[in-house]
Design a protein around this ligand. Structure first.
Ligand SMILES: [Zn+2]
Length: 42
């Protein structure tokens, strides 16, 4: 069961900013859906 979840997350594409569409690098704050530039401008 858990292995399937790991596979799912391993196969998802790189995160994209939901605001500007830039590719986001992995961060500790993985719950964020926007890049640093966009999140700081909110
Ligand atoms: Zn952005």
């Amino acid at each position: 069961m858990l292995e399937n979840v790991m596979e799912f997350y391993r196969n998802i594409p790189p995160k994209q900013c939901a605001s500007c569409g830039d590719k986001m690098e992995e961060q500790a704050e993985a719950y964020s859906t926007v890049c640093d530039k966009c999140s700081s401008s909110i």
